[in-house]
Design a protein around this ligand. Structure first.
Ligand SMILES: C[S@@+](CC[C@H](N)C(=O)[O-])C[C@H]1O[C@@H](n2cnc3c(N)ncnc32)[C@H](O)[C@@H]1O
Ligand code: SF4
Length: 371
C-alpha cells in the first residue's frame, strides 16, 4: 500500500477528485457505451507515456486550481484498469503524489473479474483501498448474452484472500434471460462476502433489455433485499454499508470539482466543464484534443446541480442553493416541486425524490431545463 503524507491543508482548500480513464479492454461487451479499445501491449506503454505528459501539462495550466485544492479521491476507471499491471498504476500514483496535494485519499480501482484474477496475485499488488468489481451476474447464460465471462465468484474469493475490505460490486438488471430467481442468486452470493461493502444495481442500457416493468420489479426487489441486509441506498442505483459511500462518486452527485485525464474523460472545475476527445490515436501522439470546453451559465449550473443532486436519497439542501444561485431559480424549483409533488417532496430544508420520482425523474427535469 502506498503511504500518503498529510501535506498541510488549510480550511480554505477545496476538495478535488481525480479520475484517470484507462481506455482498454480485453474484449468489448456488446452493450457498453464507455470509450475503450481492445489493447495491444505496445499501445499500453505508449498510453502511459502520453498520460504522464497530459498530467504534467495540466499541472502547468491548472496551477491556481492545484494550489487551492487537496485531492481526497482518485479513481481509476475505464475501460478496464485491472488490465494494466499493478506496477504501472503504482508508478502513476507516485507521479500524482508529486504533482498534487494528496490527502488521505480514497483510491478506487475499477476491475473486470477476469483481468483482476490474472494481474492481482498478492498483497504487494494492492495500491488501492476500494475495489469496484464489474460482476454483472453470476449466470453463464446472462453473461454470454452480453459477451462477458463468468469469473465474479473467483474474483470475490481473491479479494477476500488479498484482504481488500472495501469491495463494491456492480450488478446489472434487465439482462436477457434474467429472472427474479437468478437476481436473487446474485444478491445471495455477494452477501456471503463480508468485504462487499458496496453494491451498485444498474439497469442495463441497451436496445435488447427486458421490459420496463420487469426492470422496475427487479429494482424494487434489489432495494428491499439490500436494505434488509444492512446496505443503505444513498443514490438511485448505489447501496453501501454505513461509512462506505463512495467518496469519489459523491463528488459527481454533489456537483463538486473533479479533474480527469485520459481520452474521453470529462472534468468539472467551478463553472467550467471540459471533455477530452475520444481520439485514441491523437492521444497516443500526445495530441490532447478537447471534445468540449464550456463555461456554464448560472442557469446551466443550477440545472446540472439539481439533476445530479436529486439522484441522492438525501436530496438537495435548499439553503445551499439559495447561497449560491439567483433567488428566482430556487423559487422556480420550489414551484415546480410543489406542482410535481408525486415525484418530489420538500421536507424542511431538503428537496428529494419520492419513490415514484426515482422512476420518473425525467418528467420533472424537463420542466427545469433552462431555455
Ligand atoms: C465501465 S465498466 C468498468 C469495469 C470493467 N470494464 C467491467 O466491465 O467490469 C463499469 C460498469 O459499467 C457497466 N456498464 C457498461 N455499459 C453499461 C450499460 N450500457 N448499461 C449499464 N451498465 C453498463 C459495466 O457492466 C460495469 O459493471
Ligand atoms: S469490459 Fe467494461 S468497459 Fe470494457 S466493454 Fe465491457 S463493460 Fe465496457
Amino acid at each position: 500500500m502506498v503511504q500518503y503524507e498529510n501535506i498541510s491543508t488549510q480550511n480554505t482548500l477545496e476538495s478535488l477528485g481525480i479520475y484517470i480513464h484507462i481506455p482498454f479492454c480485453e474484449k468489448r461487451c456488446n452493450y457498453c457505451h464507455f470509450f475503450s479499445k481492445v489493447s495491444t501491449k505496445d499501445q499500453i506503454d505508449t498510453f502511459f507515456d502520453a498520460l504522464i505528459s497530459e498530467i504534467e501539462h495540466s499541472e502547468q495550466t491548472n496551477r491556481n486550481l492545484l494550489e487551492n485544492s487537496f485531492v481526497d479521491s482518485i479513481y481509476f476507471g475505464g475501460g478496464t484498469p485491472s488490465l494494466i499491471k499493478p506496477g504501472l498504476l503504482k508508478n502513476l500514483l507516485k507521479i500524482l503524489q508529486l504533482k498534487f496535494n494528496i490527502k488521505d485519499p480514497e483510491i478506487t480501482l475499477e476491475a473486470n473479474p477476469k483481468s483482476f484474477l490474472e494481474n492481482y496475485r498478492d498483497k504487494e499488488d494492492i495500491f488501492f483501498n476500494r475495489l469496484s468489481l464489474g460482476i454483472v451476474s453470476f449466470q453463464d447464460e446472462e453473461l454470454c448474452n452480453l459477451n462477458r465471462d463468468n469469473f465474479g465468484y473467483d474474483a470475490l474469493k481473491l479479494s477476500k484472500k488479498l484482504g481488500i475490505d472495501n469491495v463494491s460490486v456492480d450488478l446489472l438488471i434487465g439482462i436477457p434471460g434474467q429472472t427474479l430467481d437468478t437476481l436473487r442468486i446474485s444478491l445471495d452470493t455477494i452477501c456471503t462476502f463480508n468485504n462487499v461493502n458496496g453494491v451498485s444495481v444498474y439497469p442495463l442500457e441497451a436496445d435488447f433489455v427486458l421490459p420496463d416493468e420487469v426492470v422496475l420489479e427487479f429494482m424494487r426487489y434489489s432495494k428491499e433485499y439490500l436494505c434488509k441486509k444492512g446496505y443503505i441506498r444513498y443514490e438511485i442505483a448505489n447501496y453501501a454499508k454505513d461509512g462506505y459511500f463512495c467518496r469519489h462518486n459523491l463528488k459527481y452527485w454533489k456537483y463538486m470539482n473533479f479533474l480527469s485525464f485520459g481520452p474521453s474523460a470529462a472534468s468539472k472545475i467551478g463553472n467550467r466543464r471540459f471533455k477530452r476527445s475520444s481520439n485514441l490515436d491523437a492521444y497516443l501522439h500526445k495530441n490532447f484534443l478537447m471534445e468540449e470546453d464550456i463555461e456554464l451559465s448560472d442557469e446551466d449550473e443550477f440545472f446540472e446541480k439539481v439533476m445530479m443532486g436529486l439522484r441522492l436519497m438525501d436530496g438537495i439542501k435548499i439553503l445551499e442553493l439559495k447561497n449560491r444561485f439567483d433567488r428566482r431559480l430556487v423559487d422556480n424549483l420550489i414551484l415546480v416541486s410543489k406542482k410535481f409533488d408525486q415525484l418530489v417532496k420538500i421536507e424542511e430544508d431538503t428537496i428529494s425524490l419520492t419513490n415514484k420520482g426515482i422512476i420518473f425523474m425525467n418528467d420533472l427535469l424537463v420542466e427545469l431545463i433552462p431555455d
